[in-house]
Design a protein around this ligand. Structure first.
Ligand SMILES: [Fe+2]
Ligand SMILES: [Fe+2]
Length: 294
């Protein structure tokens, strides 16, 4: 019988870039320069980011999330291979991201290639890096970016302090008027486990469910990375530990390991997508072959 793991109420991590610093030697700009959410009305990228989050935090209610589950989780919107969707992301720039102003396909290959350099033996991890953002394909099917991109957070309980723009962006969100939804545990039981928590709707949750639906044969660590890579208030902010169970804490180091490559490769030079495609096609054929349902 395994010893019971004590789950801390809140893990204090004041600066996520500080925490990840020693291992992210490959970053091409100072680590503190990533994820800068300071407000500057004269800076067009900062304003674009802030406005995307204001829209998200205004409209992301429990009702909205349930409606998105109905809309997307029948997986009858279209059929496409993983590589088709990756190529489609050549036309998408994530409006929530202060660090990327290039098409998402570049970010996919940058992330995958860095993982490949540091984990040459873990094909599943490399593929996870390549595909982690392809749920953003929803943006091509009439979803506004605020319902696709950006950091995620649980609905049905209080919004944590570490959510970006927490103090200024939720004022119009109707869940804030619901006493249950704005209490600490909300609709959840203590340490119920993140798999029982309803997350804000975005590309993480969509791709996670899509992969389960299509029977992707990746390990559990990969599913955690996909589902929670944008859950910064948890993996880097140290919040929502009161909802986590032992499995979540076991998986957290993997999510952080992934996060290092997701975040700190964003300043790198562009990879040669065409030359790299055959290598990654083999990985797709192994774990997520053929035309999938989306
Ligand atoms: Fe992402
Ligand atoms: Fe990403």
């Amino acid at each position: 019988m395994s010893a019971k793991v004590m789950i801390p109420e809140k893990v204090m991590i004041l600066d996520p870039s500080e925490q990840l610093r020693p291992e992210a030697a490959f970053a091409k700009k100072p680590l503190k320069a990533f994820r800068d959410y300071s407000i500057d009305p004269n800076d067009p990228i900062k304003e674009r980011v802030r406005q995307t989050y204001t829209q998200m935090h205004t409209h992301m209610t429990m009702d909205f999330v349930k409606q998105q589950h109905k809309k997307w989780c029948g997986f009858n919107t279209f059929k496409a291979t993983v590589m088709d969707v990756i190529k489609q992301l050549d036309n998408l720039v994530d409006e929530s991201d202060p660090d990327v102003d290039v098409p998402n396909i570049m970010h996919s290959f940058q992330t995958a290639e860095r993982i490949r350099q540091e984990h040459p033996d873990k094909e599943w991890f490399q593929l996870t890096g390549l595909i982690h953002d392809i749920g953003k394909v929803m943006a091509f099917y009439n979803e506004p970016q605020w319902a696709v991109v950006g950091d995620t957070f649980p609905v049905g309980c209080a919004w944590a302090d570490s959510i970006v723009y927490r103090d200024t962006s939720f004022e119009q969100n109707s869940d804030g008027k619901n006493p249950l939804y704005s209490s600490k545990y909300g609709i959840y039981k203590p340490n119920c486990g993140l798999e029982n928590v309803i997350m804000s709707w975005g590309h993480d949750e969509y791709l996670y469910r899509q992969m389960k639906h299509n029977h992707a044969s990746l390990p559990e660590e990969a599913f955690y990375m996909i589902r929670f890579h944008s859950f910064y208030p948890w993996h880097s902010g140290g919040d929502y530990m009161h909802l986590c169970n032992e499995k979540d804490l076991e998986m957290l180091p993997w999510v952080l390991e992934f996060n290092k490559y997701d975040l700190y490769t964003k300043s790198e030079e562009f990879p040669d997508v065409e030359a790299l495609t055959p290598y990654y096609q083999k990985l797709i054929d192994k774990y997520m072959p053929g035309a999938l349902s989306w």
